[in-house]
Write a protein that binds this ligand. Structure first.
Ligand code: AMP
Length: 147
């Protein structure tokens, strides 16, 4: 079986992220693969104002600020783990869709995610892990998160 060449590590900035990154980096070094680190800012639901706002609505400004904050976080995480800053990305939208699409667009051959993240432990796999494992067009590894 061939090695992985390009690995995507998806982080939600929960405490579990360190475990996901460790496993992703170990797998990358074993395969001599390049590594991408990605966080997806989930779209905030647009509010129905019932009228045309005169300036940008608050949810829009909040989302811009959240994205800027996420960019600082992902760069700090990349530097901490010696991942090239140019491979640290913030996307916005639905985490499951963005992770799968990023993998397709960037010829990723392994996605590494946590079995659970901020969405809790209610099920065997969380609400991002489950659809990514089932719908990704490349291999996906769900790292068992130790509490
Ligand atoms: P969940 O299934 O949502 O509990 O999260 C499981 C894993 O999916 C997390 O440990 C992350 O690896 C990944 N993940 C969840 N949400 C995001 C996000 N917003 N951006 C990037 N990765 C995420």
């Amino acid at each position: 079986m061939s090695n992985y060449n390009s690995i995507l590590i998806a982080v939600d900035f929960s405490e579990a992220s360190e475990q996901v990154i460790s496993r992703g980096l170990l797998t990358a070094s074993q395969n001599h693969a390049s590594t991408f680190l990605v966080h997806v800012v989930e779209h905030l639901p647009p509010i129905d104002f019932g009228y045309e706002p005169l300036s940008s609505p608050d949810w829009y400004n909040n989302e811009e600020e959240i994205i800027k904050h996420a960019e600082k976080n992902i760069i700090a995480l990349a530097k901490k783990h010696a991942i090239p800053v140019s491979h640290a990305r913030v996307l916005s939208g639905s985490p499951k869709h963005e992770i799968i699409q990023f993998a397709k667009d960037n010829n990723i051959d392994l996605i590494v995610i946590g079995s659970h993240g901020r969405h809790g432990l209610q099920r065997l796999l969380g609400s991002t892990a489950y659809p990514v494992l089932h719908n990704a067009s490349c291999d996906a590894l769900a790292v068992r998160i130790k509490e």
